[in-house]
Design a binder for this molecule. Sequence first.
Ligand SMILES: Cc1cc2nc3c(=O)[nH]c(=O)nc-3n(C[C@H](O)[C@H](O)[C@H](O)COP(=O)(O)O)c2cc1C
Length: 389
Amino acid sequence: MNVVEVKKDIYSVGAVDWNVRSFHGYSTNSGATYNAYLIMDEKITLIDTVKAPFAKELLDRIREIVEPEKIDYIISNHVEMDHSGALPQVVKAAPNATVITSDPNGMKGLSAHYGKEIKYQTVKAGDTLEIGKRTLTFVATPMLHWPDNMVTYCPEDKILFSNDAFGQHYASNMRFDTQVNLDDVYREAKKYYANILMPYGAQARKALEIVKGLDMEVIAPSHGVIWTEHIGDILEKYEEFAGGGTKKKACIVYDSMWHSTEKMAFAVVEGFSKAGVGAHLYDLKDNHISDIMTDLLDAEYIAVGSPTLNSQMMPTVAGFLCYMKGLAPKKRKAIAFGSYGWGGQSIKQVYEALEGMGCQMLLDPIRQMYIPTDEDLKQVEETITSIIE
Ligand SMILES: Cc1cc2nc3c(=O)[nH]c(=O)nc-3n(C[C@H](O)[C@H](O)[C@H](O)COP(=O)(O)O)c2cc1C
């Protein structure tokens, strides 16, 4: 990533992680960036750092502008290591710097990660920091997505350093929304929301109200591209994501050892098709759970199928349901199905897992002993079509 001037005397100095394909288990097929911003004012201020392995890159980029030892403040908007991992190395290179973090959770988090010896200063919502021509204001965004989260606003430049909010795991040598394929970026922004922020819709809606009240020419997130000309569009998308509304579409998710449950999954898709409802089929052997959740973010229906394996559902299905439960999508209409040999416990387990996360179960579990005949499959198809309103 080149050093790029975002606004006069404000530079993007972060790093591109082109090859990362798993970000704590979330599949990052488009890579990622860890954005950090340097403000050259009377008090030189760095906003966030990068993942630890990119510390040298960050410091080298800072050196293109100023010697790191001249940095006065390092603002840590979020404790998580993709933004703070380089902190120990940056603090070493900038021994006079004070690390600004939220009170109390930023302080708790940073000191647990990096010790208490660093020079910290805590801030609360609404606190300001004079750095010369600019006065930075801190806006608390707790649980978006950790308790410590905050964002930093600079009214003089009308720039919001939004940390994880409005970010996307999207590697690019271009820094601005005007320079990239926006469809790709919006897809990654949706994936980011679905997999990181979905459980915190209420907090996201509250934060959006505050953010919308700010006069903004630039939103500079800590991942992906910087929003300039499409601020209205990304805010609108976030309203949609956080609103929790669904579209008439279905996600059919399954695993299968010998294809019987798979045949049922295809019949479920046909049932939705005949009812005029779009459906996507996801074999858990071939699809990543983080991609499925992106589709499920705004899907009205979910159907989950598993054969019985040693009295259990398939581990892949259990993994998906565990992940889905954590992300807590609200009020999906759900169906459980699967093939079995003798006990058939898996289908009830899937049903109970979906019901347990608040799904509206549309049907009793659809159970198939061993291999479904054409007649059985037709029956599944017709049953699905008949229950779609
Ligand atoms: C290793 C193994 C263990 C199984 N354990 C059970 C079981 O505990 N209870 C049961 O009802 N069926 C059990 N079955 C039977 C399968 O559930 C049955 O073959 C089913 O039709 C497989 O569906 P699939 O083709 O979608 O994989 C087992 C099958 C295998 C291969």
